[in-house]
Design a protein around this ligand. Structure first.
Ligand code: A4P
Ligand code: MG
Length: 179
C-alpha cells in the first residue's frame, strides 16, 4: 500500500485474472451498536478493503463533513484506491456485503448509515446499468468526495467531464467557497 498515487496504471495480477482499479468513497454517520464511532468504522472499513480478493493501494485521511440531505449527524468521509479481480457489478456486490457486515441495513434513502461504500471511478471507464452508474453521478458536486480523492488520485480523469480529479476539486472549491 502506498499513501499517494497519480494516474492509475494496470496492476499485474498474481492469479492471471484481470485486475481492475477502483476509486471508492467511504462514508459513515452512525455508530455501530454504540461502540464504534464513524471514524473507527472507516478505519475498520479500510482494513476490509484490503482483504482478499481486494488490495488496498492507497487510502486518504478521514475528514469530518457536514451532512448533505436530511440526516442531521455529521459524517466521517474518506477515499480509497482498491485493486480487485472483480468486474464492476461483482465489486458492487462485494462492497454491499462489506456494508452489511458493518451493520448497514437499507432503510430510507440518505438515512443515517454505519457505512456507505460508493464506486466513484474504475479503470475500465464508464458503466451504465440499472444497479450501477460509474462515474458516480454526484461525485463532481461533492467536496467530501473530491477532497479525499484528490489526495490519492489527483490525475485520474473523470470520463464524464474529461477533467482530472484535481481539476474537479479546484472547480468545486471555487464555485462553492462556503462548503
Ligand atoms: N448505485 C448506482 N451507482 C452506484 C455507485 N457508483 N456506487 C446503486 C454505489 N452504488 C451505486 O445506494 C443505492 C443504490 O445505488 C445501490 O443499491 C446501488 O445499486 P445505497 O448505498 O443503498 O443508498 P444511499 O447511499 O442511501 O443512496 P445513494 O443515492 O447512494 O446516496 P449517496 O449518494 O451515497 O449519498 N453527506 C456527507 N457529508 N457525507 C456523505 O457521505 N452521503 C450521503 C448518501 C448523503 N449525504 C452525505 C453523505
Ligand atoms: Mg451508497
Amino acid at each position: 500500500m502506498t499513501s499517494a498515487s497519480s494516474a492509475p496504471s494496470p496492476v499485474p495480477a498474481d492469479s492471471g485474472a484481470a485486475l481492475h482499479l477502483y476509486a471508492v468513497a467511504l462514508g459513515s454517520n452512525r455508530s455501530l451498536t454504540g461502540r464504534l464511532g464513524p471514524r473507527r468504522i472507516l478505519d475498520a472499513a479500510f482494513a476490509a478493503l484490503d482483504e482478499a480478493p481486494l488490495r488496498l493501494l492507497a487510502r486518504s485521511r478521514i475528514i469530518a463533513s457536514a451532512p448533505l440531505g436530511p440526516s442531521r449527524r455529521r459524517y466521517a468521509n474518506a477515499a480509497a484506491l482498491v485493486a480487485a479481480p472483480l468486474t464492476p457489478l461483482a465489486m458492487l456486490d462485494h462492497l454491499q456485503a462489506i456494508e452489511h457486515r458493518f451493520g448497514r441495513r437499507r432503510q430510507r434513502r440518505w438515512g443515517a448509515r454505519t457505512l456507505d461504500l460508493d464506486l466513484l471511478l474504475w479503470s475500465g471507464g464508464r458503466v451504465r446499468q440499472r444497479r450501477l452508474t460509474i462515474p458516480h453521478p454526484a461525485m463532481a458536486m461533492r467536496a467530501f468526495v473530491l477532497q479525499p480523492l484528490s489526495k490519492i488520485a489527483p490525475d485520474w480523469r473523470d470520463p464524464s467531464s474529461g477533467r482530472t480529479v484535481r481539476q474537479l476539486a479546484v472547480r468545486l472549491t471555487r464555485t462553492q467557497p462556503a462548503r
